[in-house]
Design a protein around this ligand. Sequence first.
Ligand code: FE
Length: 209
Amino acid sequence: MTRTEITPSPTVTPRSEEQIAARVKALEAMLIEKGIMTTDAVDRLAEIYENEVGPQLGAKVVAKAWTDPAFRERLLADASAACAELEIGGLQGEDMVVVENTDTVHNTIVCTLCSCYPWPVLGLPPNWYKAPAYRSRIVRQPRAVLREDFGLDVPDSVEIRVWDSSSELRYWVLPQRPADTEGLSEEELAGLVTRDAMIGVGQPLHPGR
Ligand code: FE
């Protein structure tokens, strides 16, 4: 499959769910009519991204990075290659870059142009990720947006870095491993990793919560 991306034109933004649905239907009908796609392929793709691909895959990668320092190194050096070791990859994940949170740096991702996002590890982006409000404001006032919109207080002593994804490079975040998780298995650790933590607008859960 060639690398294509259908993104809303910034000048013609659909106004309602109904308009978006109508537009999707029209696009689908056109692609099928022109023989570019089949209905079966459309159904299969929807099924994959609804049921099979999602943040649970990214969480698995994060948990492995927390427990396997050599894997963590490989993940930070070449995220797409490291994910491929776990048989995670595919459309919109060809060139992924993982940025690591530390005691002094908090990373957040955005696509200021449209909605580029690492599908193979996070699934499809949430609506707010595609909204102009988030895309424009997270760049200018990251600390305020994280606090006001996501309830995430990043201390002033921690630098916030905002990474602008594109169709060539898709960033995502390796969050910090929560305290008091020494005794947990990789699978239990993965259960603490949320989608928002990998976007950088949240933190992983604490055990028992
Ligand atoms: Fe984009």
